[in-house]
Design a binder for this molecule. Structure first.
Ligand SMILES: [Zn+2]
Ligand SMILES: [Zn+2]
Length: 160
């Protein structure tokens, strides 16, 4: 009798593992269909390309003491500019540390931190955010696989 119940519990655990694997396969298959298609015909912009476009449109320059009167501080980090620091001037005539501004432009929609003037063409920003969303998308897949493998690990541990 004990052997029989062990047999059934093993059977139960085997089928749990089998169906979870099956579910995983199906989800990955569906994701590969729905995920791959739109990204292949829409343009995606990497961080390197994005930063290069910013640089091309608003070239880096260096702070000198002569600029002190017109540029008291960087309004992103609120600290004073120092001699020789890399700065970037936007078309709206607002100037920031290059690194502060580039970080800002990667986090938010690409507008001037002060006056909200658009810094980059919309399709560039959209392409960059599409790439970032895809990265986050892949991350959630990994989380799910981790979750399922933990589930497998638990059921195997419990039954064998
Ligand atoms: Zn700064
Ligand atoms: Zn501005």
């Amino acid at each position: 009798m004990a052997a029989l119940s062990k047999f059934f519990s093993n059977l139960y655990s085997m089928s749990t593992v089998f169906f979870t694997l099956l579910l995983l396969e199906v989800v990955i298959l569906i994701r590969s269909f729905t995920g791959a298609k739109p990204s292949s015909d829409k343009c995606v912009i990497t961080t390197t390309q994005y930063l290069k476009i910013i640089e091309d449109m608003n070239p880096t320059s260096f702070f000198t003491e002569k600029l002190r009167s017109e540029l008291p501080e960087c309004r992103v980090c609120l600290s004073e500019f120092e001699e020789g620091e890399k700065i970037r001037k936007l078309q709206c005539n607002h100037t920031f540390h290059r690194d502060c501004l580039d970080k800002w432009l990667q986090q938010c929609w690409a507008t001037c931190p002060l006056c909200r003037t658009k810094v980059l063409p919309e399709e560039v920003v959209a392409g960059y955010h599409r790439m970032r969303n895809q990265v986050e998308y892949d991350g959630s897949d990994e989380e799910m696989i981790f979750f399922l493998s933990a589930l497998h690990g638990n059921s195997l541990h419990r039954y064998f």
